[in-house]
Design a protein around this ligand. Structure first.
Ligand code: GRF
Length: 219
């Protein structure tokens, strides 16, 4: 499995360039941006924030942070044609690693092939349980006592690729789907930067479906 350009702590080394794709409020994007700003996520930079929805609040937040933004409205367009524009834009911004952060659009096979094993997604359930929409509501209504979120590589199947990291939350007796979703979201904001750090470190291998971190070297 190919890996994104490894990050380095040296200031002379190029940083791994992230392309963030979002469609909505962008809280996961902002969590990534915060982690970069406070140096808890090192060796990466946001090359571009791209949306398929012109009015996405996350896009406005990116503009406020003076980050490069792009918008390719997807409504009414063929998936392959829209994705071709997005791919060209990501290449133009020299993106190494694509991070889907509430990007409400399935990727075409051509998109996945253009960034092999270099697309991450965050999903608000403990996959493989509850893929698809309204995952928190699905977990709540199913009666789960533990819920959570998953950061995974994107493959050609929905919410399916190799899992990088998961975080759990308890489902409390007085929860409703909204309070549960809020508690999961707090964990998403921790999980995504941590997963990006693991991937850009390059210190892992994929064994079947397993993401195996290399043991830390003791000098
Ligand atoms: C998050 O719950 C994420 O897991 C899912 O979409 C939501 C996006 O939220 N894929 P935000 O736009 O990052 O606030």
């Amino acid at each position: 499995m190919s890996q994104p350009t490894p990050a380095s702590s040296g200031s002379q080394q190029p940083r791994t360039r992230l392309g963030i794709l979002l469609s909505g409020r962008g809280s996961n994007f902002l969590a990534i941006a915060r982690a970069i700003a406070n140096c808890s996520l090192a060796g990466v930079e946001i090359a571009v924030v791209l949306s398929n929805v012109a009015g996405a609040p996350g896009l406005a937040a990116a503009r406020e942070l003076n980050l490069p933004t792009e918008c390719f409205v997807s409504r009414g367009r063929l998936r392959a044609e829209h994705d071709a524009d997005v791919i060209a834009c990501l290449r133009q911004h020299r993106v190494d690693l694509v991070c889907l952060a509430g990007y409400m659009r399935l990727l075409s096979p051509g998109f996945i092939a253009a960034f092999p094993d270099r697309i991450l997604n965050i999903h608000p359930s403990l996959l493989p349980a509850f893929p698809g929409l309204d995952a928190q509501m699905q977990a709540f209504e199913y009666g789960c006592t533990v819920a959570g979120c998953t950061v995974h590589f994107v493959d050609e199947h929905l919410d399916h690729g190799v899992i990088v990291l998961q975080r759990t939350v308890p489902v409390l007796d007085d929860d409703d789907a909204h309070t549960l979703a809020a508690r999961i979201l707090e964990q998403e904001h921790l999980a995504y930067p941590e997963a990006i750090a693991r991937v850009v470190s390059g210190r892992y291998r994929i064994e079947g479906r397993r993401f195996v971190a290399h043991a830390a070297q003791i000098s």
